[in-house]
Write a new protein. Structure first.
Length: 277
């Protein structure tokens, strides 16, 4: 008896869930490959599935069982309504980081020209999204990984964002002063390894995830180096782990006693961002 799209995908989803994996991943992957939106899916879901589509689902299911993130299988992820190329050399952009970008934009909505730097740019998602939203800003993006910078440059070219990319360990590769310093640095401690999803542990770049000193090492370096690179009235925006709010606040309050350091929550109510202003 012929199978429908919904039958095949439901079976694949149940198989993933029975194996302790995210069942929705196979539907997400299939709809992206077909370039179907939700309405198109509703129109096609009870149709007889083609042999080629069933074979595609079977192949993707096998790769998802290997814990390969669907974004790496597709080669892209959307961030702030822009499509970014992702590879094994870059962290997959996440919705929490979109909130960091939105917070930065909301606190800098005067439309004046600003000198901005994104530390640990990865795919370039933060820097490029800021530049596209504020074309008058001069945006620099740095990363310690040459491979990540190559991907970021490609994304900037594709999205027509003029960004100054530099290979740098935090701020060591620049001599300028900035109105805005923004970063989603590595902040996971080695003690949290067992809490990480298997796909993240296996495939995403470790240098973009983990940091020494209970995940606080890069924050300490940013705080130290920002003293020489932040303008007097400048601001710093940081993404943090949900358990790190107080510790990161203390680091930056010590480095910038004259400024207000505040912790902000994400849409789930977790501590997720720190602002120094």
């Amino acid at each position: 008896m012929a199978k429908t799209y919904v039958e095949v995908l439901s079976g694949a989803s149940s198989f993933l869930e029975a194996s302790g994996k995210e069942g929705y991943a196979i539907e997400y992957l299939f709809l992206a490959r077909k370039n179907w939106n939700k309405t198109q899916w509703l129109l096609h879901m009870r149709e007889e599935i083609s042999s080629s589509d069933e074979a595609m689902i079977k192949k993707d299911l096998a790769r998802l069982m290997e814990n390969i993130p669907p974004q790496y299988l597709l080669g892209y992820e959307y961030f702030f309504d822009h499509r970014f190329k992702v590879t094994k050399d870059t962290l997959i952009p996440r919705p929490e980081t979109e909130e960091l970008v939105a917070l930065c934009l909301s606190m800098n909505n005067d439309r004046e020209s600003k000198n901005v730097i994104d530390i640990g740019t990865g795919t370039g998602a933060i820097a490029i999204s800021l530049k596209l939203a504020r074309p008058m800003w001069q945006v620099t993006a740095v990363d310690i990984s040459a491979a990540a910078l190559k991907v970021a440059k490609e994304n900037a070219e594709t999205l027509q964002a003029v960004i100054d990319f530099k290979k740098s360990d935090v701020l060591s590769g620049t001599s300028e002063k900035y109105d805005v310093i923004i970063s989603n640095p590595p902040y996971i401690s080695q003690d949290e390894w067992d809490l990480m999803d298997e796909s993240v542990r296996t495939y995403e770049p470790k240098t973009a995830l983990f940091a020494e000193k209970d995940g606080l090492a890069i924050y300490q370096k940013i705080a130290l180096e920002s003293r020489d690179h932040l303008k007097i009235d400048g601001m710093i925006f940081l993404e943090i782990g949900f358990r790190q709010g107080i510790a990161v606040k203390e680091i930056f309050q010590t480095a910038f006693p004259e400024k207000k350091v505040s912790i902000h929550q994400d849409m789930s109510g977790n501590d997720r961002m720190v602002v120094i202003a």
